[in-house]
Design a protein around this ligand. Structure first.
Ligand SMILES: Cc1ncc(COP(=O)(O)O)c(C=O)c1O
Length: 449
């Protein structure tokens, strides 16, 4: 096999052959007929290879909360690459990994103060599920193996994550998945909740379904419940008021671990370091990824409560306590990016900024009410979802066209799932840019058949 040196990989040029890259979560044939290419980014804009500025209304993929090309983060990455490119985290470690773990522990509420590092949200979720199972095992409660997720949940694409996840297309092609998994009902009800800003009034009672699941299986068989505090990928479903607190109470009553998957909601997306803080509910574990490095270097992980960590710290001291980890856990470049990113969030008060903008953001999003085909709008933090009526027999086609035209004709990157448009810009977006985004979207929606 030879390595072709004659292929031009310069960022500014369009590739002349799109075939070899099997793109993830993308209709490959449609994309390759009319590609949406991005070659650079700065602040809240992407740039196409021909130099067109495109407003990033999605923080990449819910990642780039600090905006793009931020000098302190770029410099930290460059410096780290030159200083220490890689060090194993099995049996050895580099100092900055401990510094980042401490910083994350300080950011998380209560005694969530130990951090297990992974490289993505999917790995973070699978790590959390494995920690939950092992936690009960090391305490002699090996019968507690059942995992409870929720309909419409997204927890990445590992076998653990798709098993507890609740999105049918992510599950139905992949066989039997994990055994011993059950699901809570999702919390969305358009008739009761349409056009709600923030947490809906209706729906806290849905947490009581956990009691029914416990009654069916018995708590002695249940290890953990995992939910996204705000379901993101499935179309932005903010939690009903009081729902998460109820889940916590039921988990406490029956001795079940509660995991918040905060891969999207952490690092300011809802105006706080974590959704746990916003809702005043302390889970036993928080999974994170994306915003920890503002998307610059892959990193994920699990923040664990002290008693969970302590439960493993028994037995002979030379023996590994948790047989789990990744070659790139706490990769030096990711750690350096993480530390610099947390500094940017802190120095610029970006979590507070998201909180301050929440009302104006919601007003701007709700201005689309009444536009053609708009059947619901939901907002929370710096997130908005706009549900479009589906075209008969073509679910997703209208929103797909909106995304494609937004990019090519309106210079905006928006995200779609089914017929829902989801918006989650960098926390650095200006008020004017928010206005421009929703004006543009309003025009676009007016033009869509
Ligand atoms: C809540 C949640 N969990 C897990 C993941 C998976 O993260 P990754 O794509 O980094 O594996 C995502 C990704 O969007 C997510 O939103």
């Amino acid at each position: 096999m030879s390595v072709a040196h004659d292929i031009d990989t310069s960022a500014e040029l369009s590739p002349n052959d799109l075939e070899a890259f099997w793109m993830p979560f993308t209709p490959n044939r449609a994309f390759k007929k009319n590609p949406r290419l991005i070659s650079r980014a700065k602040d809240v804009h992407y740039y196409t290879p021909d130099g067109r500025a495109v407003l990033d209304a999605t923080a990449g993929l819910w990642c780039c909360n600090a905006g793009h090309g931020r000098a302190p983060i770029v410099e930290a990455i460059q410096k780290q690459a030159a200083e220490l490119d890689y060090a194993p985290a099995f049996q050895f470690a580099h100092p900055k990994a401990f510094a980042l773990a401490n910083r994350l522990g300080m950011m998380a509420p209560a005694d969530l103060d130990h951090v297990f590092f992974a490289n993505s949200g999917s790995e973070a979720v699978d790590s959390a599920l494995k920690i939950a199972l092992a936690y009960w095992n090391v305490q002699g409660k090996g019968s507690k193996t059942r995992l409870i997720g929720r309909e419409r949940g997204y927890h990445g694409v590992g076998f653990g994550g798709i098993s507890v996840g609740g999105i049918v297309n992510n599950r139905k092609f992949f066989g039997g998945l994990l055994t011993g998994v059950d699901h809570l009902p999702h919390t969305y009800n358009r008739a009761e909740q349409a056009f709600t800003r923030g947490e809906p009034e209706w729906g806290a009672h849905l947490a009581d379904n956990l009691e029914s699941i416990v009654a069916l299986h018995d708590a002695s068989t249940i290890a953990a419940v995992v939910v996204e505090p705000m379901a993101g990928s499935t179309g932005v479903l903010p939690p009903p008021k009081g729902y998460l607190r109820k889940l916590r109470e039921i988990c406490d009553k029956h001795g079940i671990l509660l995991i918040f998957d905060e891969v999207i909601t952490a690092f300011g997306r809802l105006g706080f370091g974590t959704a746990a803080e916003r809702y005043g509910v302390v889970p036993d574990m928080i999974t994170f990824a994306k915003g920890v490095t503002s998307g610059t270097v892959p990193m994920g992980g699990v923040i664990v409560r002290k008693p969970v960590y302590d439960a493993f710290m028994n037995g002979p001291e030379h023996v590994i306590e948790l047989f789990h980890g990744y070659t790139y856990s706490a990769h030096p470049i990711a750690v350096a990016a993480g530390l610099a990113t947390l500094d940017v969030y802190l120095d610029e008060g970006l979590f507070d900024r998201a909180r301050e903008l929440e009302g104006e953001w919601a007003d701007a999003a709700m201005s689309l009410k009444g536009k053609p085909n708009v059947v619901d709008i939901r907002t929370i933090g710096l997130v908005a979802a706009i549900d479009l009526e589906s075209r008969p027999g073509a679910v997703g086609a209208r929103a797909y066209e909106a995304m494609d035209r937004a990019f090519h004709e309106y210079d905006m990157m928006i995200r779609v799932t089914g017929d829902t448009i989801a918006l989650s810009p960098p926390l650095t977006i200006s008020r004017d840019q928010i206005g421009g985004l929703f004006d543009g979207l309003g025009k676009l929606l007016g033009e869509l058949s």
